[in-house]
Design a protein around this ligand. Structure first.
Ligand SMILES: Cc1ncc(COP(=O)(O)O)c(C=O)c1O
Length: 487
């Protein structure tokens, strides 16, 4: 009911868009782009529009998308956040069942919640099965990966209040909120924010456990609160550590009393072929962060799993129980979807499936790279995380230009594969590496078609320069104009 004086603003249909306009599915892509460009991240939307690879899509199946022109693509671009593809029917039906209960309490911030209770318990049970060290762990829920990292930093600092440094690694990606960004050593992303990012971050080469040992000796282990690492660098384009690195890192830190945070937001819950990649590699983390697959591609769930003795200094006493919280973390829909997603992953033994399909896919990518070394510099993979590192489309001597060429290489590769019916992922810390992160439940025949299309595309582009040539001069000029000339 409209209780404000005067006519309801919703009567002014010229100004307010009604939900019914969207529910009918007839909103239109032109209008969508117009509004996106005017009121949102216009530059990004314009570039996607010019590339013709930005939808808006409809999900024909969880694995196949259709754009407004009727072009169909297999979706390998879920950024590891679509464990079951887009709008999977099992989750869709499950959410409907919850919504059917009109007395279901949705916002349980200041009360106990059975959904949250169950998801906490299941996450700890799963982790404890993999690692003996986590039987008494606790879980803090939030609304994104970056927020799970922020919580991890606060738990670590509260547990080691006298230590002010965190060690991170080159090319890591932990998110874009200020705490997480300080741990993400990407000059472009950190650029204008450097002044407000913590200076107490020591960045060491990924894979070099001796560098960690030396730093602990030089700075003093007592001054270092934690080491944070991704077990595999996802946004750096799927970069695996050298064998033994993670295990050694864990031993060094445990001996020195320094905490280890494993950021499993991208690798965790089966994607890389294990429930927890860090644990599988012999590292026993004190804190683990999770996010992407827990939301089942439907909603946002971040989780920070913390050993009890590290949890308590932040939230374990009457004086401090309010030191960390958020409004929406742990809400009913998020927790229920998280619980169901975890159940589906466990029932399907997702890690085993990722390992098996991952090996098939990586072998095909390797053979493809061997056939087309002028197109692909390298291919990498772990489970259902694949990276294809393209050669630069042009060789330019200056670093500034090299960055632009790398960005252009990624965009042109995206377009070339899109034309062949494959939607790829960008990589935030490696512009020339495009990733495939297909759903973990992708049927085998669809997976096979996906890789056949990838191979056919590579066969059609014997060198990366062909990505430019084949794009077409008017399209290329349009892209350059959208990138550099348009406001
Ligand atoms: C390893 C890792 N950590 C943290 C994040 C940040 O997660 P979000 O984008 O949900 O904030 C990401 C996202 O890509 C990630 O891959």
């Amino acid at each position: 009911m409209n209780t404000l004086p005067g006519p309801s603003p919703f009567a002014r249909t010229d100004a307010f868009i009604r939900t019914d306009d969207l529910l009918g599915g007839n909103f239109g892509s032109a209008r969508t782009y117009e509004l996106e460009k005017q009121y949102g991240n216009g530059k990004l939307m314009r570039l996607l529009e010019v590339l013709g690879a930005g939808g808006p899509f409809r999900a024909l199946t969880p694995w196949e998308l259709e754009d407004p022109a009727g072009h169909r693509v297999l979706n390998a671009s879920g950024y590891a956040a679509l464990p079951f593809g887009d709008n999977p029917p099992e989750l869709n039906a499950f959410v409907r069942r919850i919504l059917e209960d009109p007395q279901q309490m949705m916002f349980a911030q200041q009360s106990a919640s059975e959904w949250r209770a169950a998801l906490q318990a299941n996450l700890v049970t799963l982790l404890a099965r993999e690692s003996n060290d986590h039987h008494d762990s606790r879980v803090f829920f939030s609304n994104s990966g970056a927020e799970a990292i922020e919580a991890a930093i606060k738990f670590a600092q509260a547990a080691r209040p006298k230590a002010k440094y965190i060690i991170n690694f080159t090319r890591a990606y932990h998110g874009k909120t200020l705490g997480a960004l300080a741990l993400t050593p990407n000059p472009n992303l950190q650029g204008p924010f450097k002044n407000i990012l913590s200076p107490n971050v020591i960045t060491l080469p990924f894979g070099d456990a001796e560098a960690v040992e030396r730093t602990l000796r030089r700075v003093g282990a007592g001054k270092i609160m934690a080491v944070i690492t991704e077990p595999i660098l996802g946004e750096a384009g799927v970069r695996l550590p050298p064998p033994g690195f993670l295990k050694r890192l864990g031993e060094v830190c445990r001996q020195a009393g320094v905490l280890v945070i494993a950021d499993e937001i991208q690798t965790g819950l089966g994607r890389s072929g294990h429930w927890f990649e860090s644990v599988a590699q012999g590292l026993i983390p004190d804190i683990i962060t999770l996010a992407k697959p827990l939301g089942g591609g439907m909603t946002a769930v971040g989780a920070t799993i913390v050993r009890d003795e590290i949890y308590r200094p932040l939230l374990g006493s009457f004086e401090t129980i309010k030191r960390h919280s958020n409004t929406f973390g742990g809400n009913t829909i998020a927790m229920a979807v998280g619980l169901k997603s975890l159940e589906l992953l466990i029932d399907a033994d997702a890690p085993a499936r990722s390992r098996r399909l991952g090996e098939l896919g990586l072998n095909r990518l390797k053979a493809m790279q061997a056939r087309h070394p002028e197109l692909l510099e390298e291919v990498r993979g772990a489970g259902l995380l694949f990276g294809m590192n393209f050669r630069p489309v042009l060789a330019l001597p200056f670093k500034f230009q090299a960055n632009l060429v790398s960005e252009a290489t990624g965009a042109l590769a995206l377009k070339a594969f899109y034309r062949s019916g494959v939607l790829l992922n960008f990589s935030l810390n490696a512009a020339r590496t495009m990733r495939l992160t297909p759903a973990m439940n992708m049927p085998e025949d669809v997976f096979d078609t996906l890789f056949t299309r990838v191979e056919r595309t590579a066969d059609a582009y014997p060198s990366s320069f062909k990505l430019v040539q084949r794009y077409g001069t008017p399209e290329l000029l349009g892209l350059l104009k959208a990138a550099f000339l348009e406001k």
